[in-house]
Design a protein around this ligand. Structure first.
Ligand SMILES: [Zn+2]
Length: 344
């Protein structure tokens, strides 16, 4: 198995995080990637540097105006009078505004509200380069999968909450969606995206909502009590050509290995029925029982069994790293997952 990482992640070190009305330390920190990279070395899977991608590659799943925003946000923000160190929205367009023709002007405060879903995706000077580095890893892993192999992309920042035109929840570029589209473009007729991060993969669902050629499945904590709050329920099944091509499996808080692995078993059947030519796994570790902001209660052994079960599909696969914020544990969980995979 090839693995890919990138140095530019270290330049993205978000500080701002708003939780229950308190500004707290952001936990999507560079040390996460360092812990995961150390695990890859322990496994003898030292990561390669992902090659640069074609200039317009990100437009395969993202809007050009949104990418322009991401590229310029930190610079434009710094020109504001007395700005904070990162671009963080203080207003978002509510549905009533959009329904009445609401739009964004050129002001960076308006654009930040328009192009971000929440306050959990601050944009600092190194964010855009890091997001592009993570995307490069996802594309490199997809290229390996397109050749029939399996590869792991150490994506930081993560991606599955990013929509075609909106950042959110620590995510800017949707790495899993990018990998899935790259596999389609490389000739796979049908691609499945399986998201086992403990949060609903709402951005990926949004990007492929009306697509019949990409099956999206997410197993996550119940959004009645958990981010992203407004979506992630079983009734969301896609629309148009994508009707029936989206599956959400929300789980009650505290679901242990047994329930989580049952959900995974339940998710693998439609991937087989879909006759996917390739798979993207959006791999988060925040379903861990030791996750600081966790919803589920999966053990190390649970992640090992998940790796084995998904690996047993024997599909060409690009694995993209998503969340998981227990820095002391996520390296071990990656080791267990990939070791389980190798035993499939
Ligand atoms: Zn997550």
């Amino acid at each position: 198995m090839k693995t890919f990482a990138h140095d530019s992640q270290a330049g993205h070190s978000p500080g701002f995080f708003l939780q229950r009305g308190k500004v707290r330390r952001n936990f999507e920190i560079p040390a996460r990637a360092a812990a995961l990279e150390a695990a890859l070395h322990r496994l003898g899977l030292a990561p390669e540097k992902a090659p640069p991608f074609a200039p317009r590659a990100l437009e395969s799943v993202h809007r050009a105006d949104y990418l322009d925003y991401l590229a310029s946000a930190a610079t434009e923000w710094a020109k504001l009078p007395d700005p904070g160190p990162e671009a963080v929205a203080n207003i978002h367009p509510v549905p009533e505004m959009v329904a009445q023709g609401g739009r964004t002007g050129a002001n960076i405060i308006a654009r930040t509200g328009w192009y971000t879903a929440d306050t959990a995706c601050p944009i600092g000077p190194g964010t855009w380069e890091a997001a592009k580095g993570a995307a490069a890893c996802a594309l490199a892993a997809a290229a390996e999968a397109a050749k029939g192999g399996t590869a792991y992309a150490l994506c930081r920042p993560p991606g599955h909450h990013a929509y075609a035109g909106r950042a959110g929840g620590h995510c800017y570029i949707n790495n899993a969606a990018l990998a899935a589209q790259a596999l389609r473009d490389a000739g796979a007729a049908r691609v499945a995206v399986l998201d086992i991060d403990s949060h609903h993969g709402n951005g990926t669902q949004g990007i492929f909502w009306e697509r019949g050629d990409v099956l999206t499945i997410s197993i996550h904590g119940d959004p009645d009590n958990y981010y992203p709050w407004f979506v992630g329920r079983t009734a969301e099944r896609g629309a148009g050509a994508g009707d029936g091509r989206n599956m959400n499996i929300p789980l009650p808080f505290g679901t242990p290995d047994e329930g989580w692995l049952d959900a995974l078993r339940y998710a693998l059947a439609p991937i087989r029925d879909f006759k996917a030519d390739a798979l993207v796994v959006a791999l988060g570790f925040d379903a861990s029982k030791d996750e600081p902001l966790g919803a589920l209660a999966v053990t190390e052994e649970g992640f090992s069994r998940a790796g084995q079960m998904i690996g047993a599909l024997k599909l060409p696969t690009a694995i993209t790293q998503e969340g998981g914020y227990n820095v002391d544990l996520i390296g071990t969980l990656l080791e267990r997952f990939l070791t389980g995979w190798s035993q499939a």
